[in-house]
Ligand binder design. Structure first.
Ligand code: ATP
Ligand code: MG
Length: 428
């Protein structure tokens, strides 16, 4: 008989290079327990956006099957990420008169609603209204005004909007796989949830999520999002450069980038040679100096960083990021990335891995899983705020649960070990 568990949640990152699904549960200790992860190569996306729903749905189904297999749970609803050049973030504010003697939940909802009353064209939709700070009468910098006395409440917010059609494409691809979308969440915001420490969020930090097709930027200070931006360039562009410049096959270029790539040519020995698989498979591989590969990788990474720098300078919030830069996403793993970032941005940098997770945490211990883990954490927080029970969630009172097929423990362990073994082989 199928078991049900309302505390189980699932998240999905539909990235340019891979779709990842993670199943987890928030433990009573407040630690997010990972129960399983499934990934599949992504098809039908370009620069973070769906361009072919059928192909994307196929990738989603593959990742979903893997996650269900490993966790033993049937997934019916997901928190899903969104990114791409259509996303915009603006700062705005809303003002309302406080009804009664002190600020109530209703007042909080009204002031955010009033901040949302921007002139948004019909083809765009609001994805997030993120509070920055509140003011009651002339008292500024209030982080939580609930219960406070006053007559006028102002909210400063960061509003994220996206193209309605792009949001609908995500929903449609999920529906094709029988999935209900709980919420669409900005991918860089999710990554921030997974990798940043409370002190970084407070002191000010720049988060750069470097994926395959895009590099997403977020500035967080005083625990609030100040700026969101994007550069339509990532690790795939570097792979394409290697294909063109070194006459490598695509698979070969990806392989040598991961094995031997470096974005600081000073970090490689001048005499070191590497084998480059040819575009035409019947040709024997040729040898090139590793420093030539490093030069190709470095020039692309420098281009990405200088475009990010332009974004940061134009944002007006760069000076607030006294905590430095946190780089995450798969492309941040290339050797020398942290050092080059420190050099170009002139501030300390680190590589951000998903933190504060338990259970099968080894499965997601990689910057390429920051988004999907952050989506899971975001989802867990939303459900805790709603009362820790998905049944109470939304209008209509529909019951939405994760069902476990209830396999024998030995079967589940067997499946898990097979998946773990495959994963160990993949990372070798
Ligand atoms: N060890 C590594 N060294 C260099 N690059 C790597 C490494 N591991 C992964 N990458 C690169 O990271 C990129 C994929 O990162 P990620 O999985 O975060 O992207 P994505 O989420 O699918 O894409 P996007 O966020 O742009 O939509 C690929 O270009 C891949 O080559
Ligand atoms: Mg990504």
């Amino acid at each position: 008989m199928a078991r049900t568990n309302n505390n189980i949640i699932a998240s999905m990152d539909i990235g340019t290079t891979k779709v990842s699904v993670v199943v987890g549960e928030m433990g009573p200790d407040g630690v997010l327990h990972i129960l399983g992860e499934g990934s599949a190569p992504s098809h039908g996306l370009k620069e973070g956006e769906i361009k072919d729903i059928e192909k994307t749905a196929h990738s989603i189904q593959e990742a979903l099957n893997a996650a269900e297999d490993i966790s033993g749970y049937k997934i019916s609803r997901v928190y899903v990420g969104i990114a791409g050049g259509h996303i915009t973030g603006v700062n705005s504010n809303g003002i309302i008169k406080i009804h009664g003697n002190s600020v109530t939940d209703k007042d909080m909802a009204r002031v955010l609603e009033s901040a949302k009353a921007l002139a948004i064209p019909p083809e765009r939709k609001v994805i997030h209204v993120l509070p920055q700070e509140y003011t009651i009468d002339d008292q500024r910098y209030i982080s939580n005004p609930l219960g406070m006395a006053g007559t006028r409440l102002t909210a400063n917010v960061h509003i994220i909007t996206g193209r309605d059609a792009s949001i609908k494409n995500i929903m449609r691809a999920c529906e094709e796989c029988g999935l209900e979308v709980e919420e669409v969440v900005l991918e860089s915001l999710a990554s921030a949830h997974a990798v940043l420490s409370p002190s970084e969020r407070k002191n000010g930090v720049i988060l750069i999520d470097m994926g395959g097709g895009t590099s997403d930027i977020l500035i967080i200070a005083e625990d609030a999002v100040k700026y969101t931006g994007e550069v339509p360039m990532g690790g795939e562009h570097m792979t394409n450069d290697i294909v063109r410049m070194l006459r490598a096959s695509r698979e070969g270029a990806e392989l040598i980038k991961i094995r031997h790539g470096c974005v600081l040519d000073s970090m490689v020995q001048p005499a070191e040679q590497i084998e480059v698989p040819e575009i035409l498979s019947e040709h024997a591989p040729h040898m090139v100096q590793r420093s030539v590969l490093a030069m190709v990788c470095q020039s692309r990474m420098e281009e990405i960083f200088s475009l990010i720098e332009q974004n940061l300078n134009a944002s007006g919030f760069k000076e607030q990021a006294v905590g430095g830069v946190v780089l995450t996403g798969g492309a941040s793993l290339i050797r020398g990335c942290r050092e080059l970032a420190e050099d170009m941005f002139g501030m300390p940098a680190r590589i951000g891995y998903p933190v504060n997770v338990g259970g099968m945490k080894e499965m997601v211990d990689d910057p390429k899983f920051s988004t999907v883990v952050g989506l899971l954490r975001y989802g867990a927080e939303q459900e805790r705020k709603r009362g820790g029970n998905a049944r109470k969630n939304k209008a209509g009172g529909r019951t939405r649960t994760m069902e476990a097929e209830g396999p024998k423990t030995s079967e589940r362990l067997g499946r898990w070990f097979r998946a773990l073994w495959q994963w160990i082989k993949d990372v070798r």
